[in-house]
Design a protein around this ligand. Structure first.
Ligand SMILES: C[S@@+](CC[C@H](N)C(=O)[O-])C[C@H]1O[C@@H](n2cnc3c(N)ncnc32)[C@H](O)[C@@H]1O
Length: 241
């Protein structure tokens, strides 16, 4: 059997999961409310993955025009299938979320802004926001006095900081915070439960790159299980000053 590449192995593990990171429909609804996103809004789901939140945005704002973008074609395909019911007003495309035109009333970005950097990404999106427009994003967040287990969990992301650090990055970009809440506990459990199911299905036939990718995913889950009450995203709704 021919060997698959590490990139292919990564996608075999993660593509088309229920979602590609922790989050709940209630987080999307909360952000729309805090941002005051109007019924007929133009919304961008930046780094949409397989489109879980794109569906929620479409349901929560049934008259909105929604664009979803991701850089990975396989995830774009999954998101397109998932949003087919809303195809008249939801467009999913492969592309770079750093290069978007807008204007958007809301840019929603779950677990993906760190790819651009909070400050850099918010700066880039400023010109893509309509007057009164907001950005809602979730970002890795250290809680007070993080344990060694919590630090081990985030060891692949050395830029991780606490809520004050994220707020400072937002301010540096020239934005103010309209609201914030923690994504912790149930959202992570749901994400890792679906990832564990995927691992269990793939494990029996896995070798080479796929076995390595499964090992890495299992290690991440084990690290979360060692400190579940400390592993969090901070979800923030922000607007340009
Ligand atoms: C952790 S996943 C989150 C996916 C989705 N928002 C969710 O919560 O299920 C991060 C996503 O950001 C996408 N991404 C990273 N950098 C990107 C870029 N510059 N342009 C578009 N998508 C990007 C990745 O391909 C990946 O699907």
């Amino acid at each position: 059997m021919s060997e698959i590449t590490p990139d292919e192995a990564f996608l075999t593990v993660y593509a088309d999961l229920a979602r590609e990171g922790p989050g709940m429909p209630a987080d999307v609804a909360w952000a729309l409310y805090v941002a005051g996103t109007p019924a007929t809004a133009r919304i961008l789901d930046a780094g949409c993955g397989s489109g879980a939140d794109t569906v929620t945005l479409a349901k929560e704002r049934p008259q909105a025009q929604i664009e979803a973008v991701d850089q990975i074609g396989q995830l774009v395909e999954a998101a397109r299938k998932r949003t087919a019911l809303f195809a008249a007003r939801v467009q999913v495309r492969e592309g770079d979320m750093a290069q978007v035109a807008g204007p958007y009333d809301l840019i929603w970005c779950a677990g993906a802004l760190y790819f651009l950097g909070v400050t850099e990404g918010l700066r880039r999106w400023r010109d893509a926001l309509a007057p009164g427009g907001c950005v809602a994003f979730s970002e890795a967040c250290l809680l007070a006095n993080p344990s060694a287990n919590a630090r081990a969990f985030w060891s692949q992301y050395p830029q991780v900081t606490n809520a004050a650090g994220i707020r400072a990055r937002v301010a540096e970009a020239g934005y103010r915070c309209l609201g914030e809440r923690m994504v912790i506990g149930a959202a992570w459990e749901a994400y890792y439960t679906s990832l564990s199911d995927r691992i269990a299905r793939l494990r029996p036939a896995a070798h080479g790159s796929l076995r390595d990718a499964l090992d890495e995913a299992e290690q991440e889950i084990a690290r979360w299980k060692a400190a579940p009450s400390e592993i969090a995203y901070l979800l923030m709704v922000v607007a340009p000053e």
